[in-house]
Design a protein around this ligand. Structure first.
Ligand code: URA
Length: 465
């Protein structure tokens, strides 16, 4: 029997080293007990020296999954990870089998971690504690994560707040970024009661950006569970803002009738006002319906706060009738998961609803829709936008960006920027996931991931307003 104690700091690295030593020597899962430092030891659980590690390979996606799962507090996570690692030796593609109950369980635990990290990104509030005369600004924050995510999340704060010194204190760890150096210290911390004059600024800011016309209480509650409220200076404003929302909407309607911008109005005017088939499958607005198998409408909750718009269905989607299921969709899902964005909560659709292709032998080769086809299909996209009324729209690639905003300037300089849809809704412009499949992989993947992270932050922000 082997017993392995994992430290609170560097848990994943310690698990990985122990698992490698055990797995490469063929030690079965039942012969190992895993525990976290500080947890009670069983009678026979004194740590046993591990055998020297031998050569072994693991599936490329395993380390990333294991890193997330190791941060989960649920009992049994290290044991199940080890069991799956052992099984990967005989079944190298095991992790892609989403029907496998053990893989499914690991995915659920990894998802808990992504969600916890997302909450931490959204709800950490720094207080300014810069002493007089200091040459770098200094900030401190208190946060209570559900899981052991401090090490995983540190690089995010590092990137975001690299130009200041900061400390994040959690009940079990203090993370410092001082003079450009990141460090962690394990220890038991009690809740910090922090307040400063920026508190009032936060409150004024939130009261101002709160948009009563977009109030969706259920979405707000699920995005910002009450347990986070105690650390948010603006939290006590929320009940009052909600209570007064209806009156403010009425007041806004009385005071400020708003018109679309002249350019948006010109484009909307061009949408022909003719009798429309109610069913998109009978659409004759452009010739694409003649060659495609079917029209592919959007999928997802019709009250989603986020709408994601791609170019047009591909070969797979043309056959299945659902958007983003083929290679580009799968790539999108992977990057979205890394960015902490859950596609299932979004309404996903395309600028053009029919697959445009040229036949080559038995294959159907994708062709980008032209301007006339995109404009013809804007009618259906407008209908979807009107129905869903999202808080934010993500435009994937140039076709979606143009269809949504009417602006056909080059895509790359616009990525990461917010523009306005013809309906006046915010549109975050980014690259299409197929750009990652085509080449320049790392740069495109990084671009998409950063933009999806920003979208996820914006939604969390909007949930609080
Ligand atoms: N590419 C898209 O833009 N949309 C899809 O649905 C599939 C591939």
């Amino acid at each position: 029997m082997y017993s392995v104690t994992l430290p609170r700091l560097g848990t994943y690295a310690a698990w990985r080293d122990a698992a490698r030593a055990l797995c490469s020597n063929g030690v079965p899962a039942d012969a190992v007990t895993w525990r976290m430092e500080g947890e009670a030891q069983g009678l026979f659980d004194a740590d046993t020296p591990l055998p020297p590690a031998g050569e072994m390979t693991v599936p490329a996606t395993f380390p990333q999954l294991a890193k997330l799962v190791c941060a989960n507090r649920t009992a049994g996570v290290h044991d199940l990870l080890y069991r799956v690692l052992l099984r990967c030796r005989d079944t190298p593609r095991l992790l892609s089998n989403r029907a496998d109950p053990q893989v499914q369980q690991l995915e659920v635990w990894a998802k808990n971690i992504r969600r916890d990290m997302h909450k931490m990104k959204a709800f950490v509030r720094f207080r300014d504690v810069t002493p007089q005369g200091a040459n770098r600004r200094q900030f401190i924050s208190w946060f209570e994560p559900d899981h052991r995510i401090e090490e995983l999340i540190a690089s995010f704060f590092n990137r975001r707040f690299g130009d200041m010194d900061w400390v994040i204190v959690t009940p079990e760890m203090t993370t410092r970024f001082e003079g450009g150096t990141l460090s962690h210290e394990v220890g038991t911390n009690s809740r910090l009661d922090l307040s400063d004059e920026t508190e009032e600024l936060w409150r004024t800011y939130y009261a101002n950006i709160f948009n009563p016309a977009r109030l969706k209480i259920k979405a707000m509650q699920s995005e910002m569970p009450k347990k986070y409220w105690k650390n948010l200076p603006e939290a006590d404003l929320i009940p009052g803002l909600i209570a007064g929302a209806q009156a403010r909407v009425e007041q806004m309607q009385r005071e400020a009738p708003t018109l679309p911008s002249p350019q948006a109005q010109r484009i909307l005017n061009r949408l022909p006002e003719r009798a429309e088939p109610d069913d998109i499958q009978g659409c004759t607005r452009c010739p694409l319906a003649k060659t495609a198998t079917q029209a592919v409408l959007g999928a997802g909750p019709t009250d989603a706060r986020l709408m994601i718009v791609g170019e047009q269905p591909g070969d797979t989607e043309d056959l299945s009738g659902r958007p983003f299921e083929g290679p580009a969709g799968q790539m999108f899902d992977r990057v979205a998961a890394d960015a902490g964005l859950d596609r299932n909560t979004a309404y996903v659709t395309n600028a053009v609803k029919h697959f445009k292709f040229t036949p080559r032998g038995k294959r159907r080769i994708h062709q980008s829709p032209n301007k006339t086809e995109v404009d013809a299909c804007r009618f259906w996209l407008s209908r979807e936008i009107t129905q869903v009324q999202p808080v934010l729209i993500i435009a994937l690639g140039a076709t979606a960006a143009r269809a949504l905003t009417g602006n056909d300037a080059p895509l790359m300089p616009r990525c990461g920027q917010i523009e306005q849809s013809l309906e006046g809704l915010p549109v975050l412009i980014t690259v299409h996931p197929s750009a990652i499949l085509r080449g320049d992989t790392e740069a495109m993947r990084g671009r998409l991931r950063r933009d999806l992270e920003a979208a996820s932050d914006m939604l969390a922000q909007a949930a609080r307003t």
